[in-house]
Design a protein around this ligand. Sequence first.
Ligand code: NDP
Length: 248
Amino acid sequence: MSESIQGKVAVVTGASSGIGEATALALAGQGAKVVLTARRQERLEALAGRIRDAGGEAEVVVADASDEGQARGVIEHASQAFGGVDILVNNAGVMLLGPVTDADTEDWRRMVHLNLLGLMYATHAAIPSMRARGGGHVVNISSVSGRGASPTSAGYSATKWGVGGFSEGLRQEVRLHGIRVTVIEPGVVRTELTDHITHGETKTTYEGRIAQMTPLEPEDIAAAVVYAVTQPQRVNVNEILIRPLEQG
Ligand code: NDP
């Protein structure tokens, strides 16, 4: 049995590509009003157009999720446009893989500021609206790298393990306010994520690894988000780990 999210307000960060784009489409397909945010305005406007053409409601907010003021502005925009926030999908992230010993520490700052602090800022801004509406759902997109680590994932894993810790503490804190918290941990998904890796050797190795398997598609993760947010209110889906069949 699932519950309808028709008319619920869903904010999706990192909605301009990959998992965020697919998730926004899937939530809109379920009748949610979606707030699309990222930095690339044209991509967001194109997505909003597709959703509106299909009869849905969408708002675009261009923002850098790693900036606290801008993250807060996204939630304020959602409240002004649609009256509040019911579902927050914290998806925006970068995966700047590379060895610790050879690291450009600017990569670490970008990942901590976006993958971890950005997610925390948006959550902090959205919780009061959810409480005022009697409940809500925070969905945090972590990674298999939030459960394990490998020689080039230390910095990225640090941020995704942080997402796990933050989510678990948050879950215990807000559950009695009717707010559910779900962590989704994808394995390899076919998106633009690897394009941004700055460490050349790591990028080549990682892309070679992906080429040897059939990765997940963004829609596979979007389906997991829809599953979590359409469960009856008594069901708090805490964690979903999804790997491609061929990923070891
Ligand atoms: P994409 O690169 O396709 O999407 C990343 C999204 O994040 C884009 O919409 C991008 O938009 C947005 N983003 C990046 N930087 C910022 C910023 N500073 N402010 C606001 N938005 C930003 O990759 P994925 O779809 O794969 O990644 C989505 C999430 O999934 C990430 O958290 C990633 O860690 C996680 N993940 C992905 C896996 C994979 O194999 N693909 C596996 C496990 C987890 P824009 O550039 O327009 O701002």
